[in-house]
Design a protein around this ligand. Structure first.
Ligand code: TNX
Length: 493
């Protein structure tokens, strides 16, 4: 073992070369998604009976609470006289960064990280190592994991505008994301078919805009109190809620609520429930009307959402004044003390280089934006659009970006390391055709597990066949979380 340790220290402890000292069952990969940076297996196991002694420290409140929830679901009680200890340590090891951690299982279970966030991820790893059902006792392999994410932005987008998703669903989704170490939940809060967030001073946005939805979909909106509740639910799980108000196109719901936002010659002022995109816009030739509105909405949004990043949309609209609008909107966000995100088209505007661009069209030429120093969020539709089918021809899915849909294997083929200036990855579930919680589960899972692995694990540590085996082993966890995932035939599900 010492020789192995020394070799590991000298050669780097790559997980793809898991150390397998004298023992016959330590060579299999641990069933973890995302796969950690470095895993060292030791012979033997720790048998955890139903009582543990938990030791936490100041500044570990979020992770301690996550651990408490985990132990509660497994019926493990805490007692300071128990022989097995779980210890949460704050350390100072620059290599672990802000989100990394170490997890050591031997006589005790020791979690160490520089931050509460890192410890939270150690708890998530522990939760995947443990069974998801209550048992008489629990057996953990002896191991030492050292882990940190490849990217700081590991996101998923829910389009709650076309079809609304209730607070309970969003909370469940935050829990599920956190289990896979995802940390950004992008909420697409407005579109032609609906406006989903209460804005003080503009009651009709939710009275009228909140009452419409895509045909067959759900209407509704989040009150400011509900948004605050969701934001703090996310904070307790290291998931930042990133709000998007889609501007200046995709605005029919706002226009139906406040007709003056459209130009005078626009006759279609009614709520919209169809599937077209790119037909509506704020009246860009009437700055005195639209900019105060945009300013008021964004001011309210930053009051509700502490996220450093605020998404202003910017997709699918043609107008000569579009670049000027985007530049003004991104600057409004920075004047409010935040940083703007825009869909890739927004790169034509004269934005500050700290504006993030979200890439969605596989064909888009983003090079000019890279040359100006912008960072990217990768959501290329042919890999990351989970409104596309789990298989070709799946009912109620789109295929405009890729006629074969976006099967699990395809989603896994995105290699973020092929791109430059990448902040991270984000999969997107548009909801024109996704009208219920179960349908949302079916489109999201298990594909969101792919997003998690692409965002966290390095290229060398990713292998699709191994991913499938790990995913299969985690199926009971998906079941325990109540996910109505797509029954992936490749897995025999
Ligand atoms: C394109 S991608 C859109 C959305 C649609 C989606 C459907 C992007 C920024 N805009 O408005 O919902 O396609 O797949």
């Amino acid at each position: 073992l010492l020789a192995t340790l020394a070799a590991c220290l000298l050669a780097g402890c790559g997980s793809h070369m898991d150390q397998t000292p004298a023992s016959n069952n330590t060579s299999e990969q641990l069933s973890l998604i995302p796969y950690p940076e470095s895993v060292m297996r030791m012979p033997g196991t720790l048998v955890l009976n139903k009582v543990v002694h938990v030791e936490t420290a100041d500044g570990t409140e979020t992770s301690a609470l996550a651990l408490k929830r985990l132990l509660n679901t497994l019926d493990i009680t805490r007692d300071t006289s128990a022989s097995t200890q779980i210890q949460l340590y704050l350390v100072d090891e620059p290599a672990l960064g802000d989100e990394g951690y170490r997890l050591d299982v031997d006589q005790q279970i020791i979690l160490s990280a520089n931050t509460d966030t890192g410890l939270f991820y150690a708890v998530q790893t522990l939760s995947q190592l443990l069974p998801s059902q209550v048992q008489a006792n629990y057996e953990l392999p002896n191991l030492s994991i050292t882990d940190s994410p490849a990217f700081s932005w590991r996101g998923n987008m829910l389009d709650v505008a076309r079809s609304f998703l209730p607070v309970a669903y969003v909370k469940a989704h935050i829990d599920r994301m956190a289990r896979f170490k995802l940390n950004r939940l992008h909420l697409h809060l407005s579109d032609d078919q609906g406006w989903r967030v209460e804005i003080a001073g503009y009651p009709k946005l939710t009275e009228i805009g909140g009452a419409s939805a895509v045909k067959g979909g759900r209407s509704g909106f989040y009150t400011q109190a509900e948004i605050r509740e969701l934001v703090s639910y996310g904070q307790a799980r290291n998931v930042t809620l990133v709000p998007e108000i889609d501007l200046p196109g995709h605005t029919q719901a706002a226009i139906a609520s406040y007709n003056e936002l459209a130009c005078d010659d626009v006759t279609n002022l009614a709520p919209y429930n169809g599937l077209e995109v790119g037909f509506s816009k704020l009246c860009l030739t009437d700055p005195d009307t639209i900019y105060p509105f945009v300013q008021d909405v964004l001011s309210e949004i930053v009051k509700l959402f502490p996220s450093e990043y605020i998404h202003i949309g910017g997709d699918e609209i043609k107008d000569p004044l579009y670049p000027e609008f985007i530049a003004r909107a991104t600057r409004m966000v920075s004047d409010l003390g935040r940083t703007a995100i825009a869909w890739e088209e927004g790169s034509v505007a004269d934005n500050d280089p700290d504006v993030l661009l979200q890439l969605w069209n596989d064909q888009y030429d983003i090079q000019p934006a890279l040359d100006r120093g912008h960072q990217l969020i990768l959501s290329p539709c042919s890999y990351s659009y989970f409104d596309h089918g789990n298989y070709q021809g799946q009912p109620d899915t789109y295929d405009w970006c890729r006629k074969e849909g976006v099967p699990l294997a395809r989603a896994y083929q995105l290699n973020p390391q092929d791109f430059e200036q990448v902040m991270g990855v984000e999969s997107a579930m548009w909801s024109e055709l996704v009208h219920s919680d179960n349908a949302a589960d079916n489109r999201l899972w298990p594909r969101v597990a792919v997003t998690a692995e692409l965002g966290w694990s390095r290229e060398d540590d990713r292998n699709y066949q191994e991913f499938l085996a790990r995913l299969n082993a985690l199926r009971p966890m998906l079941d325990a979380m109540g996910i109505e995932y797509y029954r992936e035939p490749q897995l025999g599900w």
